[in-house]
Design a protein around this ligand. Structure first.
Ligand code: NAG
Ligand code: NAG
Ligand code: NAG
Ligand code: NAG
Length: 243
């Protein structure tokens, strides 16, 4: 019982304060929002009513679940995004070179930290959770020391890193690998050719999707866009490792 209780409280507190992006409006819901109005409750111009059905596409601190009831996301004196939880400070970003930064959640779902010239210092798209959104990269950049992979949740209500990961390997560029429980479960079988990976015929671009694969000696990545950006779309690796 104790275990279940602590698991529940952990998951709940995680979900309360993290970035929860909804596909029904891409709502940044660190601030409490509601899906209903009860008698006597007033909804003013600055309030938002958001449906209870949400799609969580990114989690800021999946490797450090926090348990208190009052964690807060803020920008510290160095200009970095941090989650403060009592005496714990979790650095979401660690590379602000300016103290005058601000963060913005873009319509694309990218949560971006910028300096006063609006240069991007850090972006959530560089730290995928289990979801690839249009405009996110799946691959790697050797120069920027980035590995953009998607990794499943541990359980349907636990966003900690789970057993399945879809990634590229700089040693074997041009291929996608699905790792499950540290073992190779699937690979895309050969390089991207004629607009798709060999074993993924459904990936070919059409009037709805523009799928691309870029590669050079420094980086390789898969990226996709929708011609109509109002159509919600995501590419997800679920708890069982299913894409
Ligand atoms: C910080 O940047 C804003 C623009 O985003 C600017 O208006 C403000 O003057 C800057 N503050 C300092 C201390 O540089
Ligand atoms: C375009 O391709 C996607 C898969 O990549 C598929 O789900 C969709 O049905 C296709 N749309 C059309 C109009 O062919
Ligand atoms: C598909 O997206 C790429 C960007 O990755 C862009 O350069 C290209 O023009 C797009 N293709 C079409 C047909 O719009
Ligand atoms: C884009 O998608 C939205 C939502 O499905 C739709 O209302 C709109 O008509 C579409 N626009 C075009 C140009 O097809």
């Amino acid at each position: 019982m104790a275990d279940i209780d602590s698991m529940l409280s952990r998951s709940v507190s995680l979900l309360v304060f993290l970035l929860i992006l909804s596909f029904f409006g891409m709502q940044f819901s660190v601030v409490a929002v509601t899906d209903s109005i009860s008698q006597g409750r007033v909804v003013t111009r600055s309030d938002t009513i958001v449906s209870a059905v949400k799609t969580i596409v990114w989690v800021a601190n999946r490797d450090l679940p926090l348990t208190s009831s009052s964690p807060a996301l803020t920008i510290n004196n160095e200009g970095n995004l941090v989650i403060v939880d009592g005496r714990i400070t979790y650095e979401v970003s660690d590379n602000a070179l300016s103290q005058n930064t601000s963060a913005i959640l873009l319509d694309s779902g990218n949560f971006v930290l910028r300096n006063e010239n609006f240069d991007v210092l850090w972006q959530s798209f560089d730290y995928p959770s289990d979801t690839l959104l249009p405009g996110m990269k799946l691959g790697y950049s050797i120069k920027n020391k980035k590995l953009w992979s998607i990794r499943s949740w541990r359980d349907v209500d636990d966003p900690e890193v789970g057993a399945a990961e879809l990634k590229m390997d700089p040693k074997r560029p041009n291929e996608l690998f699905l790792i499950r429980n540290s073992e190779l479960a699937w690979q895309s079988d050969g390089a991207w050719r004629e607009g798709r990976f060999n074993l993924m015929p459904e990936m070919i671009s059409n009037y709805t999707f523009n799928n691309s694969f870029y590669t050079n000696e420094n980086e390789a990545y898969f990226i996709y866009f929708l011609y109509n950006s109002s159509i919600p779309s995501r590419f997800l690796i679920d708890v069982s490792g299913q894409l």
